[in-house]
Structures are given as structure tokens and as C-alpha cells.
Design a protein around this ligand. Structure first.
Ligand code: SAH
Length: 212
């Protein structure tokens, strides 16, 4: 059994039910998305540093977010590319994946890693993901891998009817994973699990901290 398959089994024991999500986790070589100095922890169930004060998300959270998306094919938007790992897992579940990252160096590295791992068809963009990527909308699912002070309006607006937006909402320190469904009669919203993500920046994110 590969280490990715072992990770999927572990996540099933932790309560992830969606077989498609578990198969997607089992298919993606997470070690390729992790910097060399932390590679031996690539399959540990925790977030790891990837540089630029950012992290690759904890596998359990990746699985919980993608389970909440309820995707079956279609087009997906991933906000906060980081290492590209979540975009790769998403590429196993959606027909088309668009991902957006604000740090150009991370986007460039993710593009190279995705190509190396066989996910070269993922569309990696540099920009403010709180504004979405309107020219490729609507999306059947939108997932945000950084914490927002509130559900970003522009992202809800880019959902297809029946689509789901999954986003951690709260303070810089503590958040809940929120799901917003675009139902025919308007947004339907619920919370799933408590979580702790790095802050989303940009126009619908948190203000930049002052250094010095
Ligand atoms: N999904 C990533 C986790 C990345 S952590 C992975 O699998 O590795 C969150 C990422 O969101 C960071 O890389 C951070 O730079 C990025 N980010 C923060 N604010 C953003 C914004 N407004 N638009 C796009 N990316 C943003």
C-alpha cells in the first residue's frame, strides 16, 4: 500500500465518508508538494510550512473541505493555491480546476509541482482570490484554504446554481468551516467543524499585519 493510500485509510477512520474524496487523497503523492526539509512528515495529519509564512493544509481539513463541496465532475475554483496539493486532490474530483494564489513565487512553484505530478491541466493564476476568477465562472464548487472574516460576496456570486462554497470564517486565530449552497431561493448556509487556517488577505480578507 502506498503512503497516500495509508493516509486515506487513516482519514476514513477519522470520519471522512466520501469514497471519491478518499480515492482522490489516495491518488495524490503529497510528498511532491512538501519542501524537502519536512518531507519525512509529508503524510502526517498536520499542516506543514511551505515558505512565505504559509502552510500546506492538514490532510484531514483538505478531505473535510472537499467532502463538503459535494462535487461530481464539473468546474471547481480553489482559492489559496499554496503548494498546489489541494488543487491536485480537487483535480481528481472535478473536470476542470482553476486555482488562484496571491504570492507569485508560490504560484510558480505550484505550477511546476502540479505539472510534475501529472496535473498540468490545472489552471494556476496569480491574483486576489477573494475576487474569484469571474472569466471562468460559474463554478460547481469553490473552496477557500485560508480564513476569511466573512463569506466573500464575489465568490458566492460565481457559484452555479446548486454549487457549494466552502470557507473557514472567523477571526485570525479561530474559525469554523462554513458551507454556503447557492439554492434556487437564495443562499443556504451551515457550519461543519472548528478549524485554524492562515489568514486570507486581499479585498475581502484580513488587513495585512504591520511589521516592525
Ligand atoms: N491549499 C493550499 C494551502 C495554502 S495556505 C495547499 O494545499 O498547499 C493558504 C494560501 O492562501 C497561502 O498560500 C496564501 O498565500 C494564499 N492566500 C491568502 N490570501 C489570498 C488571496 N486573497 N488570494 C489568493 N491566495 C491567497
Amino acid at each position: 500500500m502506498s503512503r497516500a493510500e495509508e493516509l486515506a485509510r487513516f482519514l476514513a477512520r477519522r470520519g471522512i465518508r466520501d469514497e471519491r474524496v478518499l480515492a482522490a487523497i489516495a491518488a495524490v503523492p503529497r510528498e511532491l508538494f512538501v519542501p524537502e526539509d519536512v518531507r519525512r512528515d509529508a503524510y502526517a495529519d498536520r499542516a506543514l510550512p511551505i515558505g512565505h509564512e504559509q502552510t500546506i493544509s492538514q490532510p484531514y481539513m483538505v478531505a473535510a473541505m472537499l467532502e463538503a463541496l459535494e462535487l461530481d465532475g464539473g468546474r471547481a475554483l480553489d482559492v489559496g493555491t499554496g503548494s498546489g496539493y489541494q488543487a491536485a486532490v480537487l483535480a481528481e474530483l472535478a473536470d476542470e480546476v482553476v486555482t488562484v494564489e496571491r504570492v507569485p513565487e508560490l504560484a510558480e512553484r505550484a505550477r511546476a509541482t502540479l505539472a510534475e505530478a501529472g496535473y498540468g491541466r490545472v489552471d494556476v493564476r496569480v491574483g486576489d482570490g477573494t475576487l474569484g476568477v469571474p472569466e471562468r465562472s460559474p463554478y460547481d464548487g469553490i473552496v477557500v484554504a485560508a480564513a476569511a472574516p466573512a463569506v466573500p460576496e464575489a465568490l458566492y456570486g460565481q457559484l452555479a446554481e446548486g454549487g457549494h462554497l466552502v470557507v473557514p470564517v472567523g477571526t485570525v486565530r479561530d474559525q469554523w468551516l462554513e458551507v454556503v449552497e447557492r439554492a434556487p431561493d437564495g443562499p443556504r448556509r451551515w457550519r461543519t467543524v472548528p478549524c485554524r487556517f492562515v489568514p486570507l488577505r486581499g479585498s475581502a480578507g484580513f488587513a495585512e499585519p504591520r511589521h516592525g
